[in-house]
Ligand binder design. Structure first.
Ligand SMILES: [Zn+2]
Length: 334
């Protein structure tokens, strides 16, 4: 069982399990918004919104990728910064927490980013050194942004799995329902990994795309959690029927005009699997992006950390504690 240090466990009332800090070269190069978030900004926002603790990881691509290719939406290595994917971003985030802003150590629970497909042994070699210097408590994987299928974690990404097992680190993985236009992040592949590795812990981000059969499958697995990252605009996507999330008859029954009511409906159905996370700063999403299947998606979707906190409006007492931090602590510590 992993254990957070005592200083990080004190005074937990609301733990955001999904916050980013750093920059996204892809979103910047494709004129999307947001594309960055400073650690101090995130800290100040959390204090204002009543978030006492936050799992934080770098944004979704690395300066280790070949930037002109990334600007055209293609991930490949070569000519980038650092000795392995995400070396720069992980080191930068940890240095800020442990050296530049040590007062932030009482709030932030750092995770590192990994690319599950490319130079995985090399990444682990660097992560082994890093964790000895600056402790971190989990690993974030983004299959779509890194263009690495979820299942790669069980193959090319095996060294990363072994590293997680050796240090008892959980995985938080960007995930989508099987009907999504993003086949790389298929939650069914996460369930296969979770079954094959019952001692490892996994969180699928983004409320299983509101797809009830997929959420039910997550609910049957003891080592899988699902977070609420960017759920306010998720409800808007359902109302718009834009195809990003399930908006048909297999969606979780709720009133999608009222996101806190949707949150409460999910919390009641899945009290031990669901947990609150904001996706800060990606609770807002403004972009024109070409998906893997060639389709373009144009989005202008706005939320705020306060609105994400407001999702907890209708959950009270023991259920609120589970959503606000207890489930997250089980995910983090086992
Ligand atoms: Zn995110």
């Amino acid at each position: 069982m992993a254990r957070l240090p005592k200083a990080l466990r004190q005074g937990i009332r609301l733990l955001d399990v999904h916050t980013h800090s750093g920059i996204s070269p892809f979103l910047y190069l494709t004129h999307a918004f947001p594309y960055c978030q400073g650690l101090r900004d995130a800290q100040e926002q959390n204090v204002r919104a009543g978030v006492t603790h936050a799992v934080v990881f770098p944004l979704c691509e690395t300066l280790g990728y070949h930037l002109p290719s990334l600007a055209r939406g293609k991930v490949r290595l070569g000519g980038g910064i650092g000795n392995a994917p995400f070396e720069f971003e992980n080191t930068h985030l940890l240095r800020q927490i442990y050296e530049m802003f040590p007062q932030s150590r009482a709030m932030f629970i750092p995770f590192v980013m990994a690319d599950a497909l490319r130079e995985t042994r090399n990444q682990v070699r660097i992560l082994e050194k890093l964790i000895g210097t600056w402790p971190f408590y989990g690993i974030k994987i983004h299959p779509r942004a890194t263009q690495a299928r979820m299942a790669a974690l069980g193959r090319e990404g095996r060294p990363i799995l072994e590293f997680a097992r050796a240090h008892d680190l959980p995985f938080l993985i960007h995930a989508a329902w099987p009907g999504s236009a993003d086949p790389l992040s298929n939650l069914n592949d996460l369930f296969v990994l979770a079954r094959a590795h019952p001692k490892l812990r996994f969180c699928g981000a983004h409320f299983a795309s509101f797809h009830l059969p997929t959420f039910e499958e997550a609910g049957r697995l003891d080592n899988v959690w699902i977070d609420s990252a960017a759920m306010v605009i998720g409800c808007e996507c359902v109302r718009l029927k834009n195809g990003v999330y399930e908006s048909g008859p297999r969606k979780i029954p709720a009133d999608y005009r009222d996101p806190p009511a949707v949150f409460a409906a999910i919390a009641r159905r899945f009290p031990d699997t669901f947990m609150w996370g904001s996706d800060n700063p990606f609770h807002t999403w403004v972009s024109a992006q070409r998906l893997a299947n060639g389709r373009w998606i144009r989005c202008r979707l706005w939320s705020s950390l306060e609105q994400e906190v407001h999702l907890l409006r209708d959950v009270k007492g023991a259920l609120r504690r589970k959503m606000a931090f207890e489930n997250a602590l089980r995910f983090l510590e086992g």
